[in-house]
Write a protein that binds this ligand. Structure first.
Ligand code: T4K
Length: 401
């Protein structure tokens, strides 16, 4: 159903465009038959966790996919980040973006290491190496870059600053499975890289994560740390935790990986469809991927310029949500404006102008198997309609403005 008058908008009492809610990240299941086959194998074997055969197979598959020497599967991406911080011996202060999922900072603060928030680049939404040096103090021990939206960080720039100041550098690659940078797969940059396989990631383990590294010694240490520090049956040699991935999670991960090429093809087709359908609408920038590299296209990210579009991002979100399109304001408002950071570091925002600008403009749209070209045209037609009718929408939703 298309809208020909603003009274047809669900925001003003009209019928929603979609009966069923469209989410940004509906899980990709892959082949149910293969998944249940794996569950049956697992139950027959009676081996449910603790470095089981599915976990080992998943680790091999991920190492092969990334080309890295070691992959250690974990119960989720957040624990993997915490273990990475611990294994690298980070302490004092670590430089991170504020424009990321909160876990990137929590993995530090949880261990009483101070996250120092650094601004990002306008074009990539990832750490700006040029702004790092001014934040370095004698307490700084490392940098965590985030390949946000699956767009690789400026590794050259970050490595240079890290090397110059003797800092450890690693990456939160939660969004970047299957992505390459300068023809090298993500998984091979920094000291190590961390993936997340949460249900909403395009390859998922229900809950899951992994650390990938080319450093043999580090890999050994991480393996021990995620298993309480056990080096043998009765022999604990490190302070460790329980970061193990279970067999059902690995079974899901293997099944999901088998479907990966298909998921990427669909995400890519969706991204192309959004680009075509949004092309004529002023004030919208669709974040692009570098077509010379491998991408997973798992996020469709828009920046809304209020002046040109007519509505600000939050007003557009209200229109979309009413029509059952659950667009998200990832990663608003920026981690430095969430607790405990806003209380602990109230001045952090002073050096984050780009973060504040982007956080007020960004929105993610539904993609994956839940949408197709037809749905995308309908979503984009609605966005175009909202822009064309911005004056009426604003006066009806904010009388007096
Ligand atoms: N670093 C970065 C950069 C990250 O993005 C993340 C996680 C991490 C670290 C930490 O990794 P993990 O410890 O999570 O492995 C979601 C995910 O929970 C989170 O994993 C992810 N990033 C973040 C970007 O997104 P929410 O708060 O958006 O989740 P939720 O429950 O609102 O789900 C999103 C949409 O998906 C909803 O509209 C509903 C739909 N959905 C969700 C689930 C769980 C489904 O349709 N089915 C489902 O099973 O955080």
């Amino acid at each position: 159903m298309s809208k020909s008058s603003i009274d047809h908008l669900a925001l003003f009492g009209g019928q929603p465009l979609f009966e069923q809610t469209l989410h940004v990240g509906k899980p990709n299941i892959g082949s149910r038959a293969r998944l249940f086959e794996r569950f049956n194998d697992m139950l027959d074997r009676g081996w449910l966790t603790n470095n089981g055969p599915f976990v080992r197979e998943l680790e091999q598959e991920l190492a092969a996919l990334t080309g890295a020497r070691h992959c250690i599967a974990m119960c989720n991406g957040t624990i993997a980040l915490e273990i990475a911080v611990r294994a690298l011996g980070l302490s004092g202060e670590v430089i991170v973006p504020s424009f990321t999922f909160v876990a990137t900072a929590h993995c530090l603060q949880w261990q009483e290491v101070t996250p120092v928030f650094c601004d990002i680049k306008r074009d990539t939404h990832s750490l700006d190496p040029a702004r790092i040096e001014q934040l370095i103090t004698p307490k700084t021990s490392g940098i965590i870059g985030v390949h946000l939206w699956g767009k690789p960080c400026d590794d050259e720039g970050l490595s240079e600053v890290a090397a110059k100041h003797g800092l450890k550098l690693f990456y939160d690659a939660s969004h970047a499975l299957g992505v390459s940078h300068k023809d090298t797969m993500i998984g091979n940059f920094g000291e190590l890289e961390v993936f997340s396989f949460h249900a909403t990631k395009f390859v998922n383990c229900f809950e899951g994560g992994a650390i990938v590294t080319n450093n043999d010694e580090l890999a050994e240490k991480i393996r021990l740390m995620k298993n309480f520090g056990f080096a043998g049956l009765d022999n604990v040699i490190y302070l460790g935790t329980n970061g193990k991935m279970s067999e059902p999670s690995a079974a899901m991960g293997l099944t999901s990986l088998e479907g990966m090429d298909g998921f990427i093809a669909r995400n890519r087709a969706n991204h192309d469809a959004y680009r075509n359908a949004l092309g004529g609408i002023a004030g919208i920038r669709l974040l692009q991927y570098n077509e010379a590299e491998k991408n997973n296209y798992q996020y469709v990210v828009l920046e809304i310029d209020e002046q040109e579009f007519g509505l600000d991002r939050d007003n557009l979100i209200r229109v979309l949500h009413a029509e059952n399109i659950r667009a998200r304001r990832y990663f608003y408002p920026g981690v430095h404006r969430m607790e405990p950071y806003r209380t602990l570091y109230p001045d952090a925002g002073k050096v984050l102008p780009e973060t504040l600008r982007i956080a007020s403009r960004v929105l993610s749209l539904p993609t994956g198997l839940a949408v197709d070209e037809q749905l995308i045209w309908e979503i984009c037609a609605l966005i175009g309609f909202a822009s064309e009718n911005h004056v009426a929408i604003r006066s009806k939703s904010e009388p007096g403005r």
